[in-house]
Design a protein around this ligand. Structure first.
Ligand code: GLU
Length: 298
C-alpha cells in the first residue's frame, strides 16, 4: 500500500475532518482512505482538519490518536494540525473568528433568528429523529424544529452581538427541493421543511454548530471536494442553503456508504472492538482493515 506524500499538481483540495470524540474505527478508515485515494488520483492536496468544537466530548488524546492511526493506515496529507499550512489553524477550536464572521453575515442577510428552546423543550415537542430513510439510517440527524421561535417571514433581526445564552437557527425555505449530484451515489434530493427543518447555526453555550463551522472552513480552506460518510447526506442539503446564503461556491460531494455491523447498525465510536487501535493490537494490517471482510467481526 503506497504511503508517500503524493505531489500536488492540480487545484483539487480534499479534506479529512475527524471529530476527536473517540477512537477511529473501520468505518472512518474506509471513508478517509477514499478521501486520500481521490485526492491522490486527482493530483490534489488533502487537508486534515480537526473537528474539535465540542469541548465536552473532544479530547487531545483522541486527536493525537486520529493523526497516528491515519498515518499508520498509510494516509498522507499536505496540510494539517501536525504540519501547518497556508489555511490554518487546522483545529476548529482555534478558528472562532471565522465562525463569528459567518454568523454575522447570516445575521445581516436576515437568514437566522434567535431561539430560546432548550434541548428539553425540543425533545418534548418533536417526534423521534427520522430513522431508516430510503437507503441509510439517519439516527443522529437533527430533529425537525417545530417552529416555536420562528418569527414572521418579514421579521428583521435587530443588530446584535448576542452569541451567548441563546440559540440561532437558519430559517429554511419551506417546500424547496434541494437537489445535488453525489459523485458516489448519484442524484440526491431533500425537501426543506419536510426532511429537515430550521437548523442550529449557533448554540446557546456559545459554540457554532457543525453546519456553520463546516461551510465556513470548507470555504476558507478552499475545499473543492468533500468526501465523507453517507450519514451526512442531509447535512449536505443544509450546507447548500448556507453556501447560497453566504455566496460561497458549493464543493463537489462524494458520500461513502456506511459500514454496518451484523445487525445492520452503522458503526459508532462505541464499537471499541473495531477501533483501529484495537485491530492493530490484534495484529491486523492496514490492508486487512481496508478489505471488505471486517464488519462480521463485531
Ligand atoms: N467531523 C465529522 C465526523 O467525524 C465529519 C464532518 C464532515 O466530513 O463534514 O463525523
Amino acid at each position: 500500500m503506497a504511503s508517500i506524500t503524493h505531489p500536488v499538481t492540480s487545484d483539487y483540495r480534499g479534506r479529512l475532518a475527524p471529530s476527536p470524540t473517540g477512537h477511529l474505527h473501520v468505518g472512518h478508515a474506509r471513508t478517509f482512505w477514499a478521501a486520500y485515494e481521490r485526492a491522490r488520483a486527482a493530483g490534489g492536496a488533502l487537508v486534515f482538519r480537526m473537528e474539535d468544537l465540542d469541548a465536552q466530548r473532544s479530547r487531545d488524546e483522541f486527536a493525537n490518536a486520529a493523526i497516528e492511526d491515519l498515518r499508520w493506515l498509510g494516509i498522507r496529507w499536505q496540510e494539517g494540525p501536525d504540519l501547518g499550512g497556508q489555511y490554518g489553524p487546522y483545529y476548529q477550536s482555534r478558528r472562532r473568528t471565522f465562525y463569528v464572521d459567518v454568523w454575522r453575515r447570516l445575521l445581516r442577510g436576515g437568514y437566522i433568528y434567535p431561539c430560546k428552546c432548550s434541548r428539553k423543550d425540543l425533545t418534548a415537542a418533536v417526534s423521534a429523529p427520522h430513522e431508516g430513510g430510503s437507503f441509510i439510517e439517519m439516527q443522529d440527524d437533527e430533529p425537525l424544529y417545530p417552529g416555536t421561535c420562528r418569527p414572521a417571514a418579514n421579521f428583521t433581526t435587530p443588530p446584535t452581538e448576542m452569541l451567548e445564552g441563546i440559540n440561532w437557527r437558519f430559517r429554511v425555505p419551506d417546500g424547496e427541493v434541494i437537489r445535488f449530484e453525489d459523485l458516489a451515489l448519484g442524484p440526491v434530493q431533500f425537501v426543506a421543511g419536510v426532511d429537515f427543518g430550521d437548523f442550529l447555526v449557533w448554540r446557546r453555550d456559545g459554540v457554532p454548530s457543525y453546519q456553520l463551522a463546516c461551510v465556513a472552513d470548507d470555504a476558507a480552506m478552499r475545499i473543492t471536494e468533500v468526501v465523507r460518510g453517507a450519514d451526512l447526506l442531509k447535512s449536505t442539503a443544509r450546507q447548500i442553503l448556507l453556501n447560497r446564503a453566504l455566496g460561497f461556491e458549493n464543493p463537489k460531494w462524494y458520500h461513502c456508504p456506511l459500514v454496518v455491523d451484523h445487525n445492520g447498525q452503522r458503526l459508532a465510536k462505541r464499537h471499541d472492538s473495531l477501533s483501529l487501535r484495537a485491530l492493530r493490537l490484534q495484529g491486523l494490517t492496514p490492508m486487512n482493515i481496508l478489505s471488505a471482510e471486517l464488519p462480521g467481526r463485531v
